[in-house]
Design a protein around this ligand. Structure first.
Ligand code: PHE
Length: 338
């Protein structure tokens, strides 16, 4: 490479290193590649040279020209990039990470499960899509029973299938597959064609309970539910049984707990009765044991259900079941950290 071209290149490389702003870069560009620029001057020299030098000189000047162009472009990019980072105002407060919260239904199911687990109940889950057999027939619920009406139950397009209306079918599934004695609870979602209002929704949660052994009594049922209620809602909590009917238990009861909002004195929530209804329970009907392959002469059992939304509404003093399903952050964020 001719010496003068080499010198021009060296000088240019030194100068561009010192450039820190776009204005400096522009004037350097003009100085070298502008109409009257140094490199342009060299290019203009080419035709004046003797033919023997022209070719090598020309190649050298042209590659110098493209080198200058490339270095200028690189410099421009690095200046722009450094401006981007210096544009950040480091005195601004940082952005907060958003921490979600769990739906209180999930939290209370975990609490309920923990209480029963500590009393020796295992946890078993059943399917949300059930058959008419498990949801009704095996639970001794005849064809003509009103709960089987299409106005109350979501039937699926596939004949014989439905969305379970209760967790009780898990009783049957467990009796069919598990060795005795059985002591289990089964939390899960249930579905009913209810009109939506502050205490009804098209889906809700229940926790089923089942204990089958040789000498199970109703007193044991009441004992276990009393301990449960005290542990979930506080020592002063009491329960009571009221006679009721379920096709799959005999005798059957509905059970209530003392209203934790007024402490049993009577208020709006408990409609001045001092009691809140939780769900049903009873001694497993001998027919149900038989259907599930258990000898009712040797074994007996109790079963209970509980409405999870009800318990959560009482425990957290929530006045409308729809809050659980609206996905409203203002509601959910109140349960952060629980
Ligand atoms: N499955 C019943 C209901 O949903 C409640 C229940 C469960 C009653 C277990 C008795 C025994 O209403």
């Amino acid at each position: 490479m001719p010496e003068d071209i080499q010198n021009v290149q060296k000088r240019f490389e030194e100068l561009i290193k010192q450039v820190t702003t776009l204005t400096e870069l522009d004037s350097l560009k003009v100085e070298y590649l502008g109409k009257k620029g140094i490199v342009t001057g060299l290019l203009k020299k080419i035709p004046t040279l003797p033919a023997s030098e022209r070719k090598s000189f020309g190649t050298a000047v042209n590659s110098l020209k493209s080198l200058c162009g490339r270095l200028i472009q690189e410099k421009r990019e690095s200046i722009l990039k450094s401006q981007e980072t210096t544009d950040v105002d480091i005195s601004l407060p940082g952005r907060k990470g958003y921490l979600g919260s769990r739906n209180p239904i999930i939290t209370i199911i975990e609490e309920i499960t923990h209480i029963f687990y500590s009393m020796g109940f295992e946890v078993i889950e059943g399917p949300d899509i059930e058959t008419e057999y498990y949801n009704f027939d095996a639970l001794n619920t005849p064809d003509y029973h009103p709960s089987r009406d299409i106005q109350d139950t979501f039937y699926l397009a596939m004949p014989g299938y439905l969305l379970r209306t209760q967790t009780s079918p898990v009783q049957i599934r467990t009796m069919e597959t598990h060795p005795l004695p059985i002591r289990m609870i089964s939390p899960g979602r249930c579905y009913r064609r209810d009109a939506i209002d502050p205490t009804h929704y098209i889906c809700f949660h229940q926790v089923e309970g089942l204990y089958i052994d040789r000498n199970v009594t109703m007193a044991m049922l009441k004992g276990v539910l009393s301990v449960f209620a005290r542990r979930l809602l506080g020592k002063q909590t009491q329960i009571r049984f009221r006679p009721h009917f379920f096709p799959f238990t005999e005798p059957s009861v509905e059970y209530d707990i003392t209203c934790t909002i007024c402490g049993g004195k009577g208020c709006r929530v408990c409609k001045n009765t001092g009691w809140l209804e939780i769900s049903g329970a009873g001694m497993v009907h001998p027919k149900v044991l038989e259907i599930s392959g258990i000898d009712p002469k040797k074994f007996r059992g109790y079963a209970f259900g509980m409405g999870v939304e009800r318990l959560a509404m009482i425990k957290y003093q929530i006045d409308d079941i729809r809050h659980f399903y609206n996905n409203d952050i203002r509601f959910l964020s109140q349960f952060r950290g629980r």
